[in-house]
Design a protein around this ligand. Structure first.
Ligand code: CDP
Ligand code: CDP
Length: 225
C-alpha cells in the first residue's frame, strides 16, 4: 500500500486523539499527537516557574527542549529532555495555560517545524488544530472533527478522575473558553481547512467515525484494507 498522510483537526473533546490512534493502528501508520507537544512546552515552562506572558523566556526554553513522542505499553509516551511527562502534561494547570502558550507565533514555528519533519516519510496520522491548514497542507486526507460543546464536556467529565470536585458546567465553560482562544488567535487558529471532510461526532460512536475515515482512505487514496 502507498503511504499517505492524514490530518485530523477540531476542538477539544471531539475525539481526535482516540480516533487518530485507532486509524493509525489499523493502517499501520504512526500517530502524532501535536497537542501533546504544546502541552509538553507548557509543562516545562510552569516547572521552570515561568508564566505564558514571559514570552522571550518561553521562546528560548522551547528552542532548547528535546520533545519526543514514543510508542509505549499504554499508548504514546511523551518524553521531555529524557523525562517521561506523559501524565504530567494532562493536569488542570497545564490544560488551563496551554492555549496561551500556543498563541505565541515563535513557539508555533518551532513546533510546526518538528511536526513537519515527523511526517516527511508519510504514513502519519497527525491530530491538532492547524494540521490541515499549516502543518501538513498537502496531506492526502483531511478531517475536521467536531461535536456539540455539551457532548464534548460530557465526554471529558466521564474521564475526569483527577478532579472529583469539577462539575459538568465548569468543564463546559473551560472547554468553550479554550476553543475560543484557539479559534481567535492570530497565528494558525483552529479552523476547518477548505478541503477537509467535516465529521460531526455528536451522535456518532467511535467505531463509526473510524470506519467512515477508513472508508474514505479506501475510496479516495486507495489505502487501507
Ligand atoms: O486533547 P485536548 O483537546 O484537550 O487538547 P490537545 O490536543 O492536547 O491540545 C492542547 C492545546 O494545544 C489546544 O487547546 C491548543 O491551544 C494547542 N494546540 C495547538 O494550538 N495546535 C495544535 N496543532 C495542537 C494543539
Ligand atoms: O483528542 P480530543 O480532545 O479531540 O478527544 P479525545 O480525547 O479523543 O476524546 C475525548 C473522549 O470522548 C474520550 O474519552 C473518547 O473515548 C470519547 N469519545 C466518544 O465517546 N465518542 C466519540 N465519537 C469520540 C470520542
Amino acid at each position: 500500500m502507498e503511504k499517505f498522510n492524514i490530518a485530523i483537526d477540531g476542538p477539544a473533546g471531539a475525539g481526535k486523539s482516540t480516533i487518530a490512534r485507532l486509524v493509525a493502528n489499523t493502517l499501520g501508520f504512526i500517530y502524532v499527537d501535536t497537542g501533546a507537544m504544546y502541552r509538553a512546552v507548557t509543562w516545562s515552562i510552569l516547572q521552570a516557574g515561568l508564566i505564558p506572558e514571559q514570552e522571550s523566556e518561553v521562546i528560548a526554553m522551547t528552542r532548547e527542549l528535546d520533545i519526543r513522542l514514543e510508542p509505549g505499553p499504554s499508548g504514546q509516551q511523551v518524553i521531555v529532555n529524557g523525562r517521561d511527562v506523559t501524565l504530567d502534561i494532562r493536569t488542570v494547570q497545564v490544560t488551563s495555560n496551554v492555549s496561551q502558550i500556543a498563541r505565541i507565533a515563535e513557539v508555533r514555528h518551532i513546533l510546526t517545524d518538528k511536526q513537519k519533519l515527523l511526517a516527511i516519510d508519510k504514513g502519519v496520522v497527525m491530530d491538532g488544530r492547524d494540521i490541515g491548514t499549516h502543518v501538513l497542507p498537502d496531506a492526502e486526507l483531511k478531517f475536521f472533527l467536531t461535536a456539540s460543546v455539551k457532548v464534548r464536556a460530557e465526554r471529558r467529565f466521564n474521564e475526569t478522575r483527577d478532579r472529583p470536585e469539577v462539575t459538568l458546567e465548569q468543564l463546559e465553560q473551560e472547554i468553550a473558553a479554550r476553543d475560543q482562544m484557539d479559534a481567535q488567535r492570530t497565528h494558525a487558529p483552529l479552523i476547518q481547512a477548505a478541503d477537509a471532510v467535516l465529521l460531526d461526532t455528536t451522535d456518532l460512536t467511535i467505531p463509526l467515525v473510524v470506519e467512515r475515515i477508513l472508508e474514505l482512505c479506501r475510496t479516495k487514496v486507495g489505502g487501507g484494507k
